[in-house]
Design a protein around this ligand. Sequence first.
Ligand code: GLU
Length: 546
Amino acid sequence: MDNKDIAQLLFPDVKLSEQEIFDKYPKRKLKEGEQVTRFAPSPTGFMHIGNFFQAFISYNLAKNTGGVFFLRIEDTDEKRRVKDARKIIYEVIDRFNLKFDEYQTFDGKDIGEYGPYVQSQRNEIYKVFAKKLVAEGKAFPCFCKKTEGKADVLKLRETKFVEDDQKEYDPCRDLTYEEVKAHIDNGEKFAIRLKTKNDGSQRIKFYDLIKGELEAKANAKDFVILKNDGVPPYAFAHAIDDTLMGTTVVVRGEEYIPSTPAHLELFEALGFQPIIYCHNPLICKLDENGHKRKMSKRLDPELNMLYFVEKGYPTESILEYLLNMINSGFEIWRKNNPDLSWREFKFGVEDITTVAPIFDIVKLNDISKNIIAKQTGEELYQNWLNWAKELDKTLANVLENNREKYIELCQMDRENTAKPRKDIYNYSMMSEYFGYMFTRPISYEIEKEDIEKVNEFLKIYAEQYKTSLSNEEWFNNVKEIAGANGYATDNKLYKQNPDAYKGNVAKACEFIRVAITGRKNSPTLYTIMKLLGEEEVKSRLLNHKF
Ligand code: GLU
């Protein structure tokens, strides 16, 4: 009896041969330079910005070379699987408009020739290769009972390559056919482990597209390739799927570097060409001492891609910010090409950052301000409304019922100006930013000593205010009333003798602005007053709570 018999004993129902599988997944016909990349998220109920970062790199590598970008759902880890998690993956992908060439639709239809694109539907394939490895003596069944008391072996741990100088041979690696049969006859479950060919003394070199040549201790552990429920952990599924699906570059996080030697041993055992890796540094943040630190779920809500959706950032802002992190050359490119889509920015693997990018919300907000500044008032209104429809229904009603008014509000200092205001970076901030449109101010940016001298002026001004004035008439009117009430209408005269006046016209305007909006700075005051209406304006001028 040999290994082939053991393989048959373990997998009597696996009839397909390795060749038959390869026939179903023929080599892709690619033109020179075309890259096949993939996004392979695990449905854990959360889309980490780091994963999305890698997805976006993969997306660009494929698109920039005219290659293929596909989605593979890696849902083999039952324990980590969370209800609705797959939905979240699709939602994020959809919102950020990452178009896949091949994927499985949410309702289960495979688009593309290399599916199923969901790992839990590929178990039969994994078994064929597990059977083959056992038949070739490169893998063996592991029955847990005999390792009773050794919890770590019983747990059928995930492949985590730890660099130590020990080999870790499993006690089951040399079971005879008879022993295996006895376990099987006893109804025992088994896992399959790789029978490592190394003994802890070997080192291997491998090339990483970002890091260059890396050297590490070769794997010397009999790690699990099929758990005792017949499902493979990441390493085995990765080797098989990326080979069959024709991935040319695996873009993944650098946390996978320590397990790469184990992965490469698997490729070799399976007789596959080793895959090309591109391990990316993790996005981090600076702590208060300026040191880089890992982002954490607890401290950093921005870790979750849906955070940006909730905050109402335009997706372009996030994508452009990520491009900035991928390659700092993007910023200059954007300056030189203000009107092109980011899609025109082409980069290759050699341009991807090798250092851990630092997440900086201020930078993101700056990018986003520039992007929103390009929107017309109507576009901004529509985007604000779309955001509110999902996340603030009351606001959405107000916006919808007063469409013209809020479009005009959004148009302020935005259209017909060479320098549009760059003040808004997401849609959720707009209610507060335009807070004076919804409620009267609750605080006022005014100095105590100004309060006494201003009330008389505001009262007189309120009596004469009319919304029907044009912008110019409005300003002349303010000027006239201010002049008659001790404010200088000529700035030169005012500067020569400031003590002779209560202030200049600009100061008078500021008082009106503060009474209306609570703030010393706001977009066009004339428009704000017009939109609030005569009655409301007068009431605010007279009943402010300085
Ligand atoms: N499913 C793995 C993860 O989410 C993917 C790693 C890879 O891209 O190979 O971490």
